[in-house]
Design a binder for this molecule. Structure first.
Ligand code: SF4
Ligand code: SF4
Ligand code: SF4
Length: 245
């Protein structure tokens, strides 16, 4: 019996589901091991007899909480995929503005047609068994998670910062070029994608365990960035840390 898998989308750009479709070289092999019973980007099937639920996006509408709870009741395992689901991602920035003003800014005269709430990552609503990080998540990490779930082991997700992969790629550190980067405090797993292209890490994979944000803030201060600017920069993907207990 192949495990039955469903994909669900909440507030997001659905780019992480697209990443699943981009696994084309291994997609057919994957379909030999799992049965996809719900995946609206690729199928019209809408079955509820799933064992594993992959959830993309965050809760930001009144009925999202009820829908997530229902998924949790039906699934044996829930996996949050992508920054929106894991931490609220870019969506979380909404929580730092007046809700009604944001709503009017986005929907204009039709604002009242679209009810909205503060953004919550999936784990703020229901228990999450595994997380796949990044905006978008990487194919490798998604496939590592699927394979691990199939054989019953914990997915191997990097527990060290982006700098480790950046050094392994032999990139010249951007700080040596007078640029700034959040790599020292952000979880690796993207093979230092942005520094490899000459751009500083913006933190889409969330904070690495045992990060030292105070130390990075000091270093960024030496590069002319005030603590308030560091905080604003982190808010792009990591606003949730400001509301952590
Ligand atoms: S994490 Fe990024 S790519 Fe994935 S759904 Fe959210 S905004 Fe889109
Ligand atoms: S460029 Fe960024 S990720 Fe790379 S070593 Fe420097 S601080 Fe770390
Ligand atoms: S370098 Fe940073 S922002 Fe770029 S993909 Fe990796 S974690 Fe995300």
């Amino acid at each position: 019996m192949k495990p039955k898998v469903a994909f669900f989308s909440f507030t997001s750009c659905e780019g992480c589901q697209l990443t699943v479709l981009e696994c084309e070289d291994i997609l057919l092999d994957m379909l030999g091991q799992i049965e996809i019973v719900r995946f609206r980007e690729a199928s019209s099937l809408k079955r509820d007899d799933y064992e594993i639920a992959f959830i993309e996006g965050s809760a930001s509408r009144p009925d999202d909480v009820t829908r997530m709870r229902k998924i949790r009741e039906r699934a044996n395992l829930v996996v949050a995929i992508g920054a929106c689901a894991v931490s609220g991602g870019v969506n979380f920035m909404k929580n730092f503005h007046y809700l009604q003003r944001t709503r009017e800014h986005v929907y204009g005269a039709q604002a009242d047609w679209f009810p909205t709430t503060q953004v919550q990552p999936v784990e703020a609503v229901i228990k999450v068994d595994h997380s796949v990080y990044g905006c978008p998540m990487t194919k490798d990490e998604f496939l590592e998670t699927v394979k691990s779930l199939l054989v019953g082991r914990t997915p191997r997700i990097p527990q060290y910062p982006v700098c480790v992969e950046c050094k392994m790629a032999e990139n010249v550190c951007l700080f040596h070029r007078g640029q700034t980067c959040l790599g020292p405090v952000i979880r690796a797993g993207c093979q230092a994608f942005c520094p490899g292209l000459g751009a500083g890490c913006d933190g889409c994979r969330g904070l690495a365990p045992d990060h030292n944000l105070a130390s990075l803030t000091n270093v960024l201060g030496e590069y002319g960035m005030k603590p308030e600017e560091v905080r604003r920069k982190l808010r792009l993907f990591n606003g949730y840390i400001e509301v952590q207990p």
